[in-house]
Structure formats: structure tokens, C-alpha cells
Design a protein around this ligand. Structure first.
Ligand SMILES: Nc1nc2c(c(=O)[nH]1)N[C@H]1C(S)=C(S)[C@@H](COP(=O)(O)O)O[C@H]1N2
Ligand SMILES: [Mo]
Length: 528
């Protein structure tokens, strides 16, 4: 039985042509592994160190001008693609040859691959902005290519007599060749794919750094001196959240990487004259505004951390919608992100909430990639899931009847006004603190209306009014501080806010689902 099954695989050496064909294929697969691993390592070094890109660049630099001009005439804007394709064809032909040579003499094949790697390394090193680390992708690719080629050539002559492993005429182990070949294809595809993804992320990161933000025609109000109470109160949240510390909520496993030059914002649906905008169109507008706005997630629990404040820079949303002739029948703006996410914002809020914007700047920088680079929506007073679409690529003016956005399909409320809220930052819940005087402090927010007062209660005592940070913008949270003499024992601290519209924060507890949490934040501390 076994013999019969094995027979086709371990057949005596095939005729020369069959074996040579497989050897050529081995060369091709080894080259694919080398290129894939090279791309992967380039993903960690930098995109320009990719051997294929480096060789392509070197060719551009070496080829005489008339040839370049001809290539551009023939291929037009696809000239770069044509160049890379051409490079790959040359590599493939070379690899086929190396594979066949390897059948006769493995050392020759190894030399062939090393030569191939040397060309890649030299090309990378001699680029005008070349760095020594740029040789790493070629080195790693060469090593991987050599291993792959030896592994693939082995099954082509398994039973070769000892001492003469390179001599043709051994057994041809087809099964092993197929398995090794499949593994090589897998390694090449996975490493190459992962490498390209990594390179794209570093590429977009550097392109992002190259975006120049405009000066707003309407800047944010200057913060009065001493506006940020966090300087004096340890444990209090800063007035403005640093970008790196801003909470992040989205469904994207890998944040979309949009090249600034590729960015388009498309308006569709119920507009009289919908346009498509480039990033430069938006950056160049004369009506750029800058505002301090607190953003919150509907999933934030009472006392939770899914809230942050930033100085946003962008284009007023109402102006942009109006100049495209938004029709009165639209009550929903279906915002679509580059990753396919849909967020449905009320058209009315977009038109009427002052300072609603398409933001491209956050705290003086282009939007960070994870916060929606290059453009997102911000509508003060609405939870992020119904307003703050990141990586925004399309706004479709439509109606709530016509289409349910992502979170609405999952039964969250279609309407998402931010509830008035307050949080105790310090002392921290469950903390043991020494008796004596120290500050109770935190933040409170009621976007679009503003905070009027914050009160704190210790145990069952009276509500005491806390000192507030200066009112800067109704959309920006306010810090609050209340110094207190702590007596030994267990104490429960509770906070509540009142909005400038008179609304007193309710103590009725509600879960975040489906329309945002309510209830007072309390912390228990142990004083000794
Ligand atoms: N494309 C996209 N945009 C999105 C989301 C998302 O999942 N995908 N989540 C929204 C939610 S629920 C919130 S609270 C805010 C959070 O923005 P941030 O991550 O910048 O804090 O983004 C909103 N925009
Ligand atoms: Mo959210």
C-alpha cells in the first residue's frame, strides 16, 4: 500500500526538462521570499529602504534623460508603476536562471542570490538620502532567499549520493517540493503584505507631519492667565487634553492611513450642487475657525474617562453645507469614513450648532492618525457616535427614515445630545489619604450650554459650591476645586453640576446604553 502511494512522489529522477522547470520555479519562489522579507524589514526601517523601491529609484537616476522622457510619454502617470513592474520582470527572469543554475551547483545559486541582494543594498545605500540602516532589508531578504532556495532545491535531488549532493540524478520528491513551495508562497505573501502595510503607516505618518495648518480667521478665545487649575491641584485633569492622552474609540483594527494628496471629501444626496473637496481645498479656505471643545463618548460611564478636550481647527460645517445647497428636506447627514463606518448626524445640529466643524487640526497639529487624519467632524453637544466621524470621506445628505447608521442599527439612540455631567478626579476612588486639608477636584461639562455651578457633598452634609476654572467656551468643560478638611474615617464624596440653562444634573442612574449615562459621581475615601 505504502509503496504504491509513495510511488508517484518518489519516482526516479524525472527527465532533465521537468527537473529544470521545477528548479526555475524554485528560483522564482526564492526571489519572492527574498522580496517579501525585504518589504517586511523595510516596513520597520523606512519605506524608502524597500529594495524594489530603491532599485527602481536607482534606475530612474541612472537611465539617460531621453529614455525617461520616452517612458513618461508612453506610460504617463503610470510611469512609476511601469518601472516597478519592469524591475520585477527583470528580477523574475534572473531568478529563473538562478534556479536552473542551482540544480547544477548550489554554490552558484547562492552566489546568484547574494549578488541580487548586493544590488539591492547598493541601490539603497547610494540613494541621495540613503542611510546605513537601509541595507537591512536587502540583507534580510538575501538570507531568506538563500534559505528558501536551498530548501526548494533539496527535494529535486533527495537521494543523491553522499559527497556529491549537487549531482543531478537523485530522487525527485515532488510532494516535498510542493509543500516547501507552498510554504515559500505563504512566507512571501504574508511578509510582503505586512511590509507594505507597515510602510504605508510610516509613509502617512511622515506625510502628516508635512501638512501645514492654516491660521484661523476666527481663533479660539485666549485662555486667561491661570485658566488651567491643574497646575495647582495634583490629580486634576488638565484643561486641554494632550493628543497622546486623548481617549480613542472606534471600530478600526488598523486606523485608516489616508495620504493627504489622495484625500477627497465627497458631498452626495440632498444638495443642489454637491462638490468634492481635496484637503488643500479645505485648508485654503478663508473661513477657518479654531475652538476649544470637549468631546465625549456615549459609552462613558458615570465618572468614566471617555472624555477629552482639545483645541480643534477646521472649516465651519454650516457654511460648507449651505454653499453646496443643502436641501431643507434632509434631516440626517450620513457621514462615511474611509473604513466604511457610518455615523448619522442631525442636519439641524450641523447647521445650527455654533462651531460645528470639519476639523483637520487638533491642539496645533494635524489630526493624529487615530483621531481621524486628515479630516473628521466635530459637533459640540453631541456624543461622538452621532457626530464625530473620523477619516471622513463622504457626507450624504439624507433622512433618518431612509437609512440607519452603524450604531443605530445596533439600537443606540438616533439622537445623541451629551448629558450634563461632572466627575471627581481627586482624591481617587478607594484611596487612603491622611487626615487634614486637601482639594477635592474634577471636571464638569454641559456642551453648548456651559456649566454654571458645581457642588460637592461630603457624606450627608450640605452641598458646597466649588470654585470653577474661568468660563472659556460653553463647549469646553470646566475644572472645579473644593478644599476640604478631612477627618479620619470613611467618607463618601459626591458631585453634581448645574448648567447655564438651569438644568441640575440628575441623580437618577442610567446606563450608557442607549442614550448616555446619568447619575452623580461618588467616590469613597479612607482617611487616617
Ligand atoms: N470612522 C469612525 N469614526 C468614529 C468612530 C468609529 O468607530 N469610526 N467612533 C465614534 C465614537 S463612538 C466616538 S466617541 C468618537 C471618538 O473620537 P476619538 O477616538 O478621537 O476620541 O469618534 C467617533 N467617530
Ligand atoms: Mo462613542
Amino acid at each position: 500500500m505504502t509503496t504504491t502511494l509513495c510511488a508517484p512522489d518518489a519516482a526516479p529522477a524525472g527527465r532533465g526538462p521537468a527537473r529544470r522547470g521545477l528548479a526555475a520555479l524554485a528560483g522564482l519562489l526564492a526571489a519572492a521570499v527574498a522580496l517579501g522579507v525585504g518589504e517586511l524589514v523595510a516596513g520597520f526601517v523606512r519605506p524608502a529602504s524597500s529594495p524594489v523601491v530603491a532599485v527602481g529609484d536607482a534606475v530612474i537616476a541612472l537611465v539617460p534623460q531621453p529614455v525617461t522622457a520616452l517612458a513618461i510619454r508612453i506610460f504617463g502617470e503610470a510611469d512609476k508603476v511601469a518601472l516597478i513592474a519592469g524591475t520585477l520582470v527583470v528580477v523574475a527572469l534572473y531568478a529563473l536562471l538562478v534556479g536552473v543554475l542551482g540544480l547544477r551547483d548550489r554554490r552558484l545559486a547562492v552566489l546568484g542570490i547574494v549578488l541580487f541582494g548586493t544590488v539591492g543594498a547598493l541601490a539603497a545605500l547610494t540613494r541621495p538620502a540613503g542611510q546605513s540602516a537601509d541595507v537591512l532589508p536587502s540583507l534580510a531578504g538575501t538570507a531568506a532567499g538563500v534559505l528558501a532556495l536551498l530548501a526548494l532545491l533539496a527535494p529535486l535531488a533527495t537521494a543523491a549520493p553522499a559527497g556529491a549532493p549537487d549531482r543531478p540524478g537523485g530522487q525527485l520528491d515532488r510532494r516535498r517540493f510542493v509543500l516547501t513551495g507552498a510554504a515559500a508562497v505563504g512566507v512571501a505573501a504574508v511578509s510582503g503584505g505586512a511590509g507594505r502595510l507597515l510602510q504605508r503607516s510610516t509613509e502617512v505618518t511622515s506625510l502628516r507631519a508635512g501638512v501645514t495648518l492654516p491660521t484661523p480667521s476666527s481663533p479660539a478665545r485666549a485662555l486667561p492667565p491661570g485658566a488651567d487649575l491643574a497646575g495647582d491641584v495634583k490629580g486634576l485633569t488638565p484643561l486641554v487634553t494632550r493628543n497622546g492622552e486623548f481617549y480613542r474609540i472606534d471600530t478600526a483594527l488598523i486606523a485608516p492611513r489616508i495620504r493627504p494628496a489622495d484625500y477627497r471629501l465627497q458631498l452626495t444626496g440632498m444638495f443642489d450642487s454637491p462638490r468634492t473637496y481635496t484637503l488643500d481645498d479645505l485648508l485654503a479656505r478663508a473661513d477657518v475657525i479654531e475652538r476649544d471643545i470637549t468631546l465625549t463618548c456615549v459609552s462613558n460611564e458615570v465618572g468614566g474617562a471617555l472624555v477629552g478636550s482639545a483645541r480643534w481647527l477646521g472649516v465651519p460645517l454650516a457654511a460648507l453645507l449651505r454653499e453646496n445647497g443643502i436641501r431643507p428636506g434632509s434631516d440626517q447627514l450620513l457621514c462615511r469614513s474611509a473604513d466604511g463606518m457610518t455615523i448619522g448626524a442631525p442636519t439641524r445640529s450641523a447647521l445650527e450648532v455654533e462651531d460645528a466643524m470639519l476639523a483637520f487640526g487638533m491642539n496645533g497639529e494635524p489630526l493624529p492618525v487615530v483621531h481621524g487624519f486628515p479630516v473628521r467632524m466635530i459637533i459640540p453637544g453631541l456624543y461622538g457616535y452621532v457626530s464625530a466621524c473620523k477619516w471622513l470621506t463622504r457626507i450624504e445628505a439624507t433622512t433618518f427614515d431612509a437609512v440607519d447608521a452603524y450604531w443605530i442599527q445596533r439600537d443606540w439612540a438616533a439622537d445623541g445630545p451629551i448629558r450634563i455631567a461632572s466627575r471627581i478626579d481627586t482624591p481617587g476612588a478607594g484611596r487612603a489619604i491622611p487626615a487634614g486639608r486637601r482639594a477635592i477636584a474634577g471636571v464638569a461639562w454641559a456642551q453648548t450650554r456651559g456649566i454654571a455651578t458645581v457642588e460637592v457633598r461630603v457624606d450627608d452634609g450640605d452641598w458646597q459650591q466649588a470654585r470653577l476654572s474661568p468660563a472659556v467656551d460653553a463647549d469646553l468643560w470646566r475644572q472645579w476645586v473644593l478644599p476640604h478638611d478631612f477627618a479620619p474615617g470613611r467618607h463618601v464624596l459626591t458631585v453634581r453640576a448645574t448648567g447655564a440653562d438651569g438644568e441640575v444634573q440628575t441623580d437618577a442612574r442610567a446606563d450608557p446604553f442607549p442614550a448616555g449615562a446619568t447619575g452623580w459621581h461618588s467616590v469613597e475615601v479612607l482617611v487616617s
